[in-house]
Design a protein around this ligand. Structure first.
Ligand code: FAD
Ligand code: FES
Length: 250
């Protein structure tokens, strides 16, 4: 991990309230699927944690939803050629064992973005079954990246596109088709809880990527601490963001 002064190559709106930002690092950086970066926004002391969607040599792409002041300023102020302070790569990421040939990825909302990096990393060696949930048709983005999966089911809460319902319901519906050896998931906590409940007792490892408010992103400030099921604490930025679902209290 190191701090880079990156150059913005592109920062564009790709769906309702969703922006895609591509920047160039000073040099190529190895990034594992599911890792994230901390992006500095002028005049904000804390950087913002955002999953790395694509890493292509020195080019990094992240996608972000407009949420508060930081992400709104990122969208309105940073144009091609501007400089950006970024810290990366951070966190552990997703990892599939050699024996795990069939991977289900289950994502909701901005949780789809770290899963896109997993699809990109594993699509050539594994069979990927992707279940991706969006609010509505207008929020759908990066479909061309998700189509690298052997099977892709897009779900919308209002049924305006694809399966009507959430990503976990879409996954449960299609379970006999997917028969995954391992599951990677990211999304709102109720979605992750529902997935944990749906897969309980099946013996399939489920890895969840957690999103929590962060301060430093490097394990120093303890802002991002969550509870482990063994009573201990974990720092999401340093020990995660990816955990075995049974290892953490969701
Ligand atoms: C590991 C990780 C990966 C993430 N990946 C993505 C992604 O790919 N795309 C995306 O749109 N969002 C992602 N998020 C959420 C994103 O970090 C927040 O939406 C963003 O920080 C909000 O900043 P803001 O200034 O617009 O909002 P504000 O609410 O004004 O932020 C105030 C402070 O709270 C922190 N904060 C607020 N909400 C969150 C949150 N949900 N998670 C973490 N910190 C938060 C901010 O970083 C900032 O320090 C990720 C979060 C984590 C922890
Ligand atoms: S954000 Fe500081 S310890 Fe995790």
């Amino acid at each position: 991990m190191r701090e880079f002064t990156a150059t913005v190559l592109e920062n564009v709106c790709i769906a309702e309230e969703i922006w895609s930002l591509t920047f160039a690092l000073e040099e190529e950086q190895a990034v594992r699927p599911g890792q994230f970066c901390m992006i500095g926004v002028e005049n904000f002391p804390l950087k913002r944690p955002i999953a790395i969607c694509k890493a292509e040599g020195e080019r990094i792409t992240v996608c972000y939803r407009l949420k508060g002041e930081g992400t709104r300023k990122l969208a309105s102020q940073y144009r091609a050629g501007e400089k950006l302070q970024v810290l990366l790569p951070l966190g552990n990421g997703f990892y599939a064992e050699e024996s795990e040939k069939r991977i289900a990825v289950v994502g909701g909302g901005v949780g789809i973005f770290p899963l896109i990096s997993a699809i990109r990393a594993y699509a050539a060696q594994k069979e990927i079954y992707a279940y991706m949930g969006f609010r509505n048709k207008a929020a759908i983005c990066m479909e061309y990246e998700m189509q690298r999966a052997k099977r892709l089911v897009i779900a919308t809460d209002d049924g305006s596109y694809g399966f009507c319902g959430n990503a976990v319901q879409a996954f449960k519906n299609d379970f006999s088709n997917a028969r995954p050896d391992v599951i990677f998931a990211c999304g709102p906590l109720p979605m992750l809880r529902a997935l944990k409940a749906a897969t309980a007792g099946m013996g399939i490892p489920v890895y969840v990527s957690l999103e929590e408010r962060m301060g430093c992103g490097i394990g120093a400030c303890l802002v991002c601490v969550c509870d482990r099921t063994n009573g201990k604490k974990a720092r999401i930025c340093k020990d995660g963001p990816v955990f075995e679902a049974g290892e953490v209290v969701l």
